[in-house]
Write a protein that binds this ligand. Structure first.
Ligand code: GDP
Ligand code: IMO
Ligand code: MG
Length: 441
């Protein structure tokens, strides 16, 4: 049995969907353990593009169990549509399992997400995806959430919906808005959609631990990324769930000692969608070029993603915090054509702030407060680009020996700086545009 976590080391959109699909070939089950349909994971197979928000990317392989675990938040209407979309595309969804402990995103959570965002002052807006993620996790923490398992108990469900609607109206009033929520139609619609989902609903930890005991391979597919994590991230410009490796265990129900490998996905540059500080951001033509060449537009909201140089302070911190065993480096093709590239290896902060925080003036690890992060100046190393590679050249790459020397140097620098090794290199959207350097794919 091998249990692997695959997770993002940056601000999400590192290419987790693609790498999950690669690793899923050998997995018996693929599991989402946190987040909801704020995620957008893209898999491209034989020219066909699949964009998934809730169902684990392993579903595309057809014969896998695809588990939406305890720690997730599920918009049941979105999930129903995603299952229909997959079936219409000829993908069998019989292996989809929905945890009965996962929480349900209700229509009023989405309304509150919008209201909360509108109430935030300029400069304080998070730029959420508007999918109701924050308000749903709020209800979970306040112990008033509606869980998938409640769908089996109509009387309890009715009480919980009434309570949820009442709380939402009060929360709306507190923000000066009269929310119009038709409680009866919410309950009716939820019951209807719930009926279609119930055949997939199980006690997920029970099922997953059964797989662990019978020696099956399990892949835990992270959503978002380390710096969107509610504790480790750039708080408050974060999501409302824990996206770090530690939560994979809590959110799936598989014990920490049953996890063998933690692979971190690193995009060859850095992107961020939504608001919040971003030390290596490129607000110039270079940033625009990376955005265009990388197709850096949100999978979920289609918003342009902010782009910048690779930040190894982030990746180094992520490797430490998540006990990452090895890395997958993605989108190296997007950087071809640049004569020179920059890699951030440290941050410099003013002496006064350093003394205030009990730190030195050169930071190797990501600071805990965004006020300090805002004062951080990236320290760059300039490296040669791989100008010789043009679009079609990447199609001919079959192994490490076909990679340009400058890219191999770039990879060595990453490995040295973050103290981890790169097992997978991805140089295109398709499955085939991937090299396994570890020999165990
Ligand atoms: P995720 O949220 O981490 O799964 O990433 P997204 O799917 O939101 O965004 C990654 C985007 O990059 C998708 O459009 C992928 O198809 C694409 N992608 C993944 N790996 C590569 C790669 O190596 N090269 C290129 N050019 N695109 C890639
Ligand atoms: P994947 O799994 C990139 C960002 C939003 C916003 C912040 C909070 O595709 O990598 P939320 O709606 O979660 O309350 O928004 O988090 N965000 C993501 N950014 N990729 C994601 O997921 C994200 N999920 C949330 O843009 O800044
Ligand atoms: Mg994404």
């Amino acid at each position: 049995m091998v249990c692997t976590i695959l997770m993002g080391t940056q601000w999400g959109d590192e290419g987790k969907g693609k790498i999950t699909d690669i690793l899923a070939e050998k997995a018996d089950a693929v599991v989402r353990y946190q987040g909801g349909n704020n995620a957008g994971h893209t898999i491209v197979v034989g020219g066909r593009t699949f964009k998934l928000h809730l169902v684990p990317s392993g579903v595309i392989r057809g014969n896998k169990m695809a588990v939406i675990g305890d720690g997730t938040v599920i918009d049941p209407w979105v999930l129903k549509n995603e299952l229909d979309y997959l079936e219409d595309a000829g993908i069998n969804t019989a292996g989809v399992v929905i945890s009965d402990r996962a929480h349900l995103i209700m229509p009023y959570h989405k309304q509150l997400d919008g209201l909360q965002e509108a109430a935030r002052k300029d400069g304080g807006k998070v730029g959420t995806t508007g999918r109701g993620i924050g308000p749903c996790y709020q209800d979970k923490a306040a112990r008033v959430g509606i869980r998938v398992g409640d769908l089996r108990y109509p009387t309890l469900l009715k009480e919980k919906v009434e309570n949820g609607v009442r709380n939402a109206i009060l929360a709306g009033n507190a923000m000066g808005v009269d929310l119009e929520i038709d409680e009866v139609s919410v309950l009716r619609s939820l019951t209807e959609v719930g009926m279609t989902l119930l055949p997939h609903v199980r006690d997920a930890p029970l099922l997953l631990n059964g797989l662990v005991e019978s020696g099956k391979n399990i892949l835990l597919e992270g959503a978002q990324g380390t710096f969107l994590d509610i504790d480790r991230g750039t708080y408050p410009f974060v999501t409302s769930s824990s996206c770090t490796a530690g939560y994979a265990s809590a959110g799936s129900g598989i014990g920490p000692f049953d996890i063998d490998r933690i692979m971190g996905v690193v995009k060859a540059y850095t992107t961020r969608v939504g608001e919040g500080p971003f030390p290596t951001e490129l607000k110039d033509e270079v940033g625009k070029l990376i955005q265009e060449r990388g197709g850096e537009y949100g999978t979920t909201t289609n918003r342009p993603r902010r782009c910048g140089w690779l930040d190894l302070v982030m990746v180094r911190s992520s490797v430490r915090w998540n006990s990452i065993t090895d890395l997958a480096l993605t989108k190296v093709d997007v950087l071809s054509g640049f004569n020179d590239l920059k890699i951030c290896t440290g941050y410099r902060i003013p002496l006064e702030d350093a003394e205030n925080h009990g730190l030195g003036t050169e930071l190797r690890y990501f600071p805990s407060h965004i006020k300090l992060l805002e004062k951080a100046t990236p320290v760059y190393k300039k490296v040669k680009g791989w100008t010789e590679m043009t679009g079609d050249d990447w199609k001919l790459v079959k192994g490490q020996e076909d990679l340009p020397g400058a890219l191999l140097d770039y990879m060595s620098m990453i490995e040295r700086e973050v103290n981890s090794s790169i097992s997978i290199v991805s140089f295109g959207r398709e499955r085939e545009h991937t090299i396994d350097l570890s020999g165990d794919l």
